[in-house]
Write a protein that binds this ligand. Structure first.
Ligand code: FAD
Ligand code: NAG
Length: 428
């Protein structure tokens, strides 16, 4: 690095996936920068189910030298099974064993918490990176000098930065502070009509090495997935095109207690059959219970002056897309790369970041028409139909026509749908 490389002071809000990944690449491409990462929680949030590393994120993680570590941590899941109401297995999708044409279980399947921990461990010892937990931004003000003055909630004094990045997830406060509630006053959320809870349960004899997907009428889904720690990761959700069904849980998400939220799920899952009684008990006992609305974040622009958003904060594709984590990794990489190309003109670097990353994000935000409703039917008849289609698709003969499915669902497509640019010289 030449001595003239400016020492940029960079603040990142959020230490999920996008935040630590951005710090990693900034350190690699722009080693003179000083990076502070804030996390609102007192410690890393390591909850969540398995996430997939697919398509464009795979080569980036490889360039980070982490693909081997990801492989060591992959969940033991061997594929996906669709389960009928009687609990009998009907449709089975084994993992494809081929990174270019992945099935519903990706070859790089890792628990969200394990991925977040990996990225944290790679960056926490770096001299130029400082993590601050239990802290968040409460005000940002762009000065005439181009510096951003930031006021914090807890321990940090008021400080100035050259760049502030919101990597604080789907409900980003940084987004609200800098971009407001959006032209439709909806916080830029495109609601998909699904609310879900995630938690870890004890594994029992009924759990297999497959992920098990069970639909009950009225849009109810139970998805149980094995992990490599001898426990089972549950995802339960309620899906409805009629958003009024969610008025109460929407309110409880903002101001309700955990008990009130869980009571809502219990009521919704009454009589749903299969293993739902066990799952409801597991939800109440879990210590990593996490609830969220399933939505996409859609914004016309992710950057403003010396502030940028990245990951779910800017363009959450939703877990239904299967590429939230991949998109966070791609965005963080491109943002760091563009900053290193134009370190003395941050607003220009940010506009380039958006220009380069937008076509990829547009691809991953494309959902199959009708999702998530199509995979979460409201009626017995709809479930039969869905399971029949799944049964046909899982047939070995039909799998040869997998590329048709992949053209509907870009997330399941090949790594070549978009290639990340090359940045920096010190790449391995
Ligand atoms: C606990 C949890 C469980 C999840 N489980 C799944 C899952 O099972 N499947 C799936 O597909 N996706 C899941 N996600 C979402 C997934 O992590 C993202 O889609 C994707 O990885 C993009 O990551 P991100 O870094 O942009 O956002 P996130 O991973 O959401 O990380 C955002 C981070 O910012 C922190 N934060 C929030 N607000 C502030 C603030 N104001 N100031 C500072 N820090 C803040 C959060 O605590 C979090 O650590 C989960 C997210 C979380 C937080
Ligand atoms: C939508 O849901 C609400 C609340 O559950 C219900 O009262 C209403 O009748 C539903 N509307 C339609 C058109 O189904």
């Amino acid at each position: 690095m030449s001595t003239s490389a400016p020492s940029l002071h960079i603040l990142i809000a959020g230490s999920g996936i996008a935040g630590p990944c951005l710090a990693f690449w900034l350190h690699r491409f722009q080693p003179s920068s000083q990076i502070t990462i804030l996390e609102r929680s007192p410690e890393l949030r390591l909850g969540g189910q398995a996430i997939d590393l697919r398509s464009a994120a795979v080569p980036i993680v490889e360039r980070m030298g982490l693909l081997g570590k990801v492989r060591e941590k992959t969940t033991t899941e061997v594929g996906m099974e669709f389960v009928y109401a009687d609990g009998k297995t009907k449709a089975t999708f084994p993992a494809s064993g081929n990174a270019e044409q992945q099935s519903m279980t990706s070859e790089f399947e890792i628990l969200r918490g394990d991925m977040a921990k990996l990225l944290y461990d790679e960056t926490k010892h770096l001299e130029s990176v400082k993590y601050v937990f239990d802290e968040m931004i409460i005000a940002v003000e762009e000065k005439d000098s181009g510096k951003i003055e930031v006021t914090f909630q807890n321990s940090l004094p008021r400080l100035e930065f050259d760049l502030v990045v919101g990597a604080d997830g789907m409900m980003s406060r940084t987004r609200r502070l800098v971009f407001g509630h959006g032209p439709k006053n909806d916080d830029y959320l495109y609601r998909l009509g699904q609310y879900s809870a995630l938690f870890t349960m004890q594994r029992t004899e009924e759990d297999t090495k497959f992920a098990q997907w069970y639909n009950a009428p009225k849009g109810r889904l139970v998805l149980l997935r094995p992990d490599q720690y001898g426990t089972t990761r549950a995802y339960i959700s309620v899906t409805d095109g009629n958003l009024s069904r969610f008025d109460e849980i929407d309110r409880l998400l903002q101001e309700g207690t955990r008990e009130q939220q869980q009571a809502w799920f219990e009521r919704e899952f009454q009589g749903a059959g299969w293993q739902t009684d066990r799952v409801m008990r597991g939800m109440k006992e879990a210590d990593d219970y996490y609830i969220q609305q399933i939505a996409q974040v859609r914004m016309d622009t992710w950057v403003k002056g010396h502030v940028a958003l990245v990951g779910d904060a800017a363009y959450c594709p939703s877990p239904i897309s299967g590429v939230g984590t991949g998109a966070a990794i791609v965005g963080a990489y491109v943002l760091a790369g563009e900053i290193s190309k134009s370190p003395t003109d941050i607003p220009y670097a940010l506009s380039q970041y958006e220009k380069v990353a937008r076509p990829f994000v547009d691809k991953v935000q494309k959902l199959v028409p009708g999702t998530p409703q199509i995979a979460n039917p409201q009626t017995e008849w709809g479930i039969k139909l869905f399971n029949t289609v799944a049964g046909v698709l899982s047939h070995p003969f039909a799998k040869r026509f997998g590329s048709i499915v992949y053209s509907w669902i870009p997330a399941m497509g090949p790594t070549t749908i978009w290639s990340p640019p090359e940045y920096g010289r010190a790449e391995t």
